[in-house]
Ligand binder design. Structure first.
Ligand code: TRP
Length: 377
């Protein structure tokens, strides 16, 4: 568990400390998602998606430009991905659910990259076959989110190298080692594979343009920790004659412990999509909350939803209705809703979600091949 008093660290490979999202906007040089921009999105999507209404997606680069292009009749592609280092937990689903929403409303094609190479290179103990195995296993969760099979290509880096590599070398040639060290915190003892890898993660931004011969804008929905990749990619884009990829950044879904994002390396604080409903219920039952040490105290002075993972689960995923969500927060703050009750209500929702997701995940096995990029050539 990361401690909230620790200094904030946000890189593609480490997220710890108390996250200050406004500071990240400043440090990374991104733009906040303003009301005016949300209003523009609303014109295309009808009611704003939960994740926009609640500021879960909070920052962007060039989203206004993507909308300019779209409004002028130009299509764009979506690109997101996953580092397959283990089983998928429900925190991972947050940006995927939003990406599916964007695919639905904008009719956009999606490239989904599984970076088995990255996870192999970054984890000293990892075998390549393990990472590649998780790529296919995790793809079932991606498919279960409901992406359109006719508009979605899942790339597995080591399996699609033939297509990626040519583009990756043209990108790599234009990134210096000093840029890389400064952007990613790499040093002289980093292995040379990981120094090349950012070129691989950049390739899907331009793949549609390369494959169709038409310059197609790309929008990347992803958690903000991936931003260093896009900074480097955006610098290279123009040199290669492509549009700079645009981004929309989200926050991290908190884990069930005290502070810190949900992390697969802390299994007791993460609900995996393959957890049985009983296991998930137990994890929720053992979770940290924003409550007081005793029921008596809580009834008098109330709980604090702003630090409570149980509340955040509702906020990020499980309570769609804003009015009900506000009511939950109010009841918690005034001591009407006790943690045990709230956990029980949440556990019911989570169990239902898992049962449904697991059914879709089973069905995904039959259509996995239809989603793979290697079968689309
Ligand atoms: N590097 C990401 C990870 O470790 C995986 C990834 C590749 C990705 N391409 C992406 C994530 C595009 C978001 C958007 O999880």
């Amino acid at each position: 568990m990361s401690n909230n008093d620790e200094e904030m660290v946000v890189t593609p490979w480490t997220v710890s400390g108390k996250i200050d999202y406004s500071r990240l906007i400043e440090e990374f040089g991104t733009q906040p998602l303003t009301e005016a921009l949300l209003e523009r999105i609303r014109k295309h999507t009808g009611e704003l998606h939960l994740q926009l209404r609640r500021g879960i997606f909070f920052s962007h680069r060039d989203l206004d430009w993507i909308l300019d292009m779209y409004e002028a009749g130009k299509r764009f592609v979506l690109y997101t991905g996953r580092g397959p280092s283990g089983p998928v937990h429900i925190g991972h689903l947050v940006p995927w659910i939003f990406t599916k929403h964007l695919q639905d409303v904008f009719g956009a094609k999606l490239y989904f990259q599984m970076t088995d190479d990255e996870k192999f290179l970054i984890n000293p103990e990892f075998a390549l076959e393990t990472a590649t195995g998780f790529a296919y296993e995790n793809a079932l969760d991606v498919i279960a989110v409901g992406f359109d099979p006719n508009k979605t290509s899942i790339i597995v880096d080591t399996e699609d190298a033939e297509v990626l590599y040519k583009l990756a070398v043209t990108i790599a040639k234009r990134i210096t080692f000093s840029t890389l060290k400064a952007t990613f915190g790499l040093n002289d003892s980093s292995n040379i594979g990981i120094t090349f890898f950012p070129a691989i993660q950049a390739t899907p931004c331009f793949l549609e343009s390369v494959l169709t011969g038409e310059n197609v804008p790309c929008l990347i929905p992803a958690a903000i920790d991936q931003d260093p990749y896009w900074r480097v990619t955006r610098d290279v884009a123009q040199k290669l004659g492509y549009f700079k990829p645009a981004q929309i950044h989200c926050k991290f879904m908190p884990g069930l412990g005290m502070g810190g994002k949900m992390s697969a390396s802390l299994p007791e604080t993460a609900i995996f999509t393959t957890d049985s409903p009983e296991v998930a219920e137990k994890k929720i039952w053992n979770a940290f909350t924003g409550g007081k040490p005793t029921i008596k105290e809580q009834k008098i002075s109330g709980g604090d939803p702003s630090v409570c993972p149980i509340y955040y689960y509702d906020y990020y995923l499980f309570e769609e209705d804003d009015v009900k969500l506000a009511e939950i927060a109010r009841q918690c703050r005034c001591g009407e809703l006790l943690c045990g009750e709230h956990k029980k209500i949440l556990a019911t929702k989570v169990k239902k979600f898992l049962v449904e997701h697991q059914k879709k995940r089973e069905k995904a096995k039959d259509v996995l091949n239809d989603f793979l990029f290697k079968n689309h050539k």
